[in-house]
Design a protein around this ligand. Sequence first.
Ligand code: SF4
Length: 605
Amino acid sequence: MRRLLAPIALYLFVLTLFFLKVVLSTHPLIVVSFAAFTVLYLLTLFFGVIDISTKVTDDQDSNAFQTSTIRLLETCPFLLPAFLTASMTLAATLILPPPTIERTIYFLSFFLFSLLAYLAEMVLVVDTMRRRSRIPDKLDQQRLQKAETELVREGGAHSRKKLLLINPVNQSMPGYSGSMNSRLQPLGLGIVAALTPSEFYVKLIDENLESFQYEEADLVGISALTSTVNRAYEIAAEYRKNNVSVVMGGIHASMMPDEALHHVDSVVIGEAESVWQDVTTDFLDGNLRKRYTGVRLPLENMVPPKRELFSSLYPGASVQTSRGCPLNCEFCSVTVFNGGEYRFRPIDEVLDELETIPNRDIFFVDDNLVGYGKHSRQRAKDLFRGMIERHLNKQWVCQASVNFGADEELLLLARESGCSLVLLGLESDDRQELIDMKKEINVQFDYDTILRNINRHGIGVFGAFIFGVETETAKSIWRKAKFICKKRIDVIQTTVLTPLPGTNFFRAAQEEDRLLYTDFPKDWERYNMTEYTYKIKGIGKEEFPSIFMKSVKRIFSKRTLSTKLFRTAIHTRDLRLGVISYIANLEVGRIWYKICSIVEDRLNR
Ligand code: SF4
């Protein structure tokens, strides 16, 4: 807030200067121009936000150095308001009859003041950013140069092997990875990097941020989902052609190790922490095995990810406090991958890690931060209390189950510790659909009450819904779409139910011969949560895409999203959250429109 005081004071000063002049004026264009300035300038205060990140990588394990990045978010308002105010002012100057000298001077000075105000705010913001991001000064530069020279003299990176870690993206249907807000730091690869011995120099490429270009490496590690695995195989083939060993891990390789071994040299099955040292040692000894099976370790003393490898372009930092889920929903592979028991990190360790993270925005990647039982809820409260007591001043988003909204104390603590948005797996508004998905926990709560409680505490609801469930019909698709539009769903996520390897659902669909695309691995790219991939009992392959796409277009229509903007702002008493949710929805809508056009193209072929 302190950051905003100076711009607000400046704004009030400009406002006072013009006030008398404007109230005396009767011409509507003058009033409109003035109102535009007021509104747009205030918008800059909400959106004139900054993103700062500092990478300090001058440790012994890496040959990179400290870099600081100052970034105005994509929603940066400076240019648009300045442009609009300028055009309005100039238009008024030219159009108003007669263009007297006095009036022209008035408008030009008005225009000048508005630009000066923007400029002043920008200077203040950038100055704050510079101080916070610790841009290396001359001394720092000299120190870094010296360190670099020493490293080169000692052989440094050149004497070490290069490990290239890659997070691939589905090339034919990028889906949500096309959204800036959905880009999360690849924590798994960050942890693998942290566990890599000093004989290696590590580099990370995330295709969500930059497209992969072949570069030299001694060892390549790829983590892939089912929908991205073809791209992973493609990249692996390039390296294997050049006799570079490729190791693959992640959920898909863990569920389909035999398939993966046709495309890579070695597979890590399950969580990598317990076996990564073996992988690297065996590689250095020229003895890389085909399979490494990780065990699920307790999360005490968990190695934190090597965060300096993460680009500054992620919208926030990812943090994990627990793993596992006892619910084992039909469509989800979390339980089979991370286990059916919650494993918790000690609260103090999480808080210590949070203290080391410079980002203000945090995404807790736990599948359910508050769990289902009393014990896990109490732990979540302790975590939030710790964040408050240590004055961490973070703004965070998490995933949780609907019981998040049923505990008053938890909500109060969550808000006070900086929770802005909670992603709830609401999945459906229909009781039977929830039971079919084995998501019975949702049936125990009244959605309206839960959503109202969450909003009442100033927290937005990020509602995830699944279409294409087994009993889906045209009617149920419209009903669900209407529910999403009408209810307090501030940010919307829609996906299509997809049978993923390793889940009960995949097994059943395969046994019943209901999978539509079975030319694996080629067809895995269709299993991306946006396409019709199995025979749904209630609706056909021809009917589903058109009805679903129409409903998606309705959900993400400008009219629905604008209404949601105001509702969110009113329900949470937070205009900023309303606007942020609106922008997030616009972006997801844009992605869905793109997906729809790809699907339509395919259907028309
Ligand atoms: S969908 Fe959520 S609740 Fe269900 S098994 Fe997966 S993580 Fe657990």
